[in-house]
Structures are given as C-alpha cells and as structure tokens.
Write a protein that binds this ligand. Structure first.
Ligand code: HEC
Ligand code: HEC
Length: 199
C-alpha cells in the first residue's frame, strides 16, 4: 500500500512542464544600427529615418498584438482577434502566467502560451493598431499619451523594460521582433539625439 502510494507520488512529480530549450527562428527583417544613417547630413531627416527604422519593431506583431485600438488584443502574425474572446478589462493572468509556457500536447495553431508577470493589454491611449508610423511617433513622444514619460524615460522603457524585452523571447513557435532590444534602444537614443522628429 505504502509502495503503491509512493509510486503514484513519484509519477505526479514526473509530469513537468517543458520550458527550457526553446527553438526560435530569427526574424528575417533586418534592423539596421544608427551608424547606417550617419551619412544623412540633415539631422531632422536623419531623425525621421531613424524612427522609421525603429518602427520595424513597433509594427511587428509581437508589439502590435498587445497595443490594440479596440478592447480585444490580437494574436499571432496574422493579428487575428484573441481567442478565446477576452477584453481589456479582464484579468490576463488566469491563462498568461509569469513566464512562457511550452505546451506538451499539440494544439495546432500555437506551441506556447506567452507569459510575463505584468502581462496586460496596453492602455487605449497607447493603441498602435491602425495608425500610421507618423501618428505612432507623435503619440509615443506625447507625455499625455505615453504614460507621462519624458524622452529619457521613454528611452529607458524601450531599451530596458522586460515586458518590451519579451518581444525577443516570445516562446516556442512564435517569431521574435526584428533585431534586438539593445539595437532598438540605440535607434531610439539616436532618434532623440537628432531631435525626435516624426516621419
Ligand atoms: C503583453 C502585452 C504587451 C506587449 C507584448 C508589448 N507591450 Fe508595450 N505596453 C504594454 C502595456 C500594458 C503598457 C503600459 C505600461 C506602461 O506604460 O508602463 C505598454 C507601454 C508601452 C510603451 C510606453 C507607452 C507608449 O506607447 O509610448 C512603449 C514605448 C511600449 N509599450 C513598447 C512596446 C514594444 C516596442 C513592444 C514589442 C517589442 C511592446 N511594447 C510589447 C503592453 C505590451
Ligand atoms: C482564457 C485564457 C486566456 C486569457 C484570459 C487571456 N489569454 Fe491571451 N492567449 C491565450 C492563449 C492560449 C494564447 C496563445 C495563442 C496564440 O498565441 O495563438 C494567447 C495569446 C495572446 C497573445 C498573442 C501574442 C503574440 O504575439 O502572438 C496576446 C497579445 C495575448 N494573448 C494577450 C492577452 C491579454 C492582454 C489578456 C488579458 C486582457 C489575455 N491575453 C488573456 C489565452 C488567454
């Protein structure tokens, strides 16, 4: 009896989640370093070009899916409405835990459930879906719509926030954002240094 019980317990412990060894293919979109634009002599023109380069990241599905214009986040590279139906007022943490969760059974369209301890939809004033790059730029640098951030704090968020950083560690079966968070931080710094002009 005791042996049988011990057997059951050890079986229970054998059922573990697979979270390490995540296979990810790099994003085919190349993100250029600020030095690639050094030859643009006019600083306002250079600034606009730097923002457009950084926007390759902002407009990627890894960022856009969480910055919807409506109440419902979107999913995957085709940005379809979130399944199951959930809206911005609901808690996300019942399904999205503090880290990416790799599925051990085949669910067809996805291989992992993304996770982070601050998983939440971006506030409506930070919505990016359906906006042009110029509109996104003006919104991102507007303290009334960017969470009250100065340009320095905006750079800090983009370059170091680990929820932003999830975009390059999005879990099994999901393509990361272009380039790296470090490179995005460099582009945003160079954009600020050249006057934070918008395309
Ligand atoms: C899980 C959802 C989620 C994902 C994924 C996500 N964001 Fe956000 N984002 C948020 C939330 C929530 C806020 C508001 C929190 C805050 O202001 O600190 C926010 C705020 C921001 C802000 C500051 C406000 C603004 O609009 O200027 C920036 C910049 C930003 N995100 C960039 C990114 C980038 C770049 C990516 C992709 C690499 C990304 N986010 C992916 C949820 C997300
Ligand atoms: C009932 C469970 C459940 C709830 C609640 C839930 N999600 Fe999800 N979510 C999932 C599953 C499962 C996936 C993976 C499916 C996929 O990526 O196609 C997912 C994927 C996502 C993705 C896709 C990431 C990407 O780049 O492809 C985003 C964004 C997302 N959820 C945001 C949210 C937000 C924000 C909330 C809270 C407002 C939330 N979810 C609440 C189950 C849920």
């Amino acid at each position: 009896m005791r042996a049988a019980l011990a057997g059951l317990i050890s079986l229970g412990f054998a059922v573990t989640a697979m979270s390490g060894g995540v296979a990810q293919t790099p994003n085919p979109v190349e993100l250029k370093a600020p030095s690639a634009f050094a030859s643009i002599g006019n600083s306002a023109a250079r600034s606009r070009t730097l923002f457009s380069e950084a926007a390759k990241v902002f407009t990627s599905p890894r960022c856009m899916n969480c910055h919807p214009a409506g109440d419902r986040p979107t999913q995957a590279n085709d940005r379809h409405p979130h399944e199951p139906l959930i809206t911005r007022n609901q808690s996300c943490l019942t399904c999205h835990t503090d880290k990416n969760f790799t599925l051990t059974t085949d669910r067809g369209s996805y291989e992992s459930i993304p996770g982070h301890q601050r998983w939440a939809v971006a506030p409506i004033e930070m919505a990016w879906q359906g906006k042009s790059i110029g509109e996104m730029c003006r919104q991102i640098k507007d303290p009334d719509r960017n969470g009250g951030r100065t340009l320095a704090l905006l750079h800090e968020h983009v370059a170091h926030d680990d929820l932003v950083g999830w975009g390059w560690k999005p879990g099994q079966g999901r393509e990361p954002a272009p380039g790296s968070q470090e490179l995005l931080g460099q582009l945003i710094q160079a954009w600020i240094d050249s006057g934070a002009e918008c395309p």
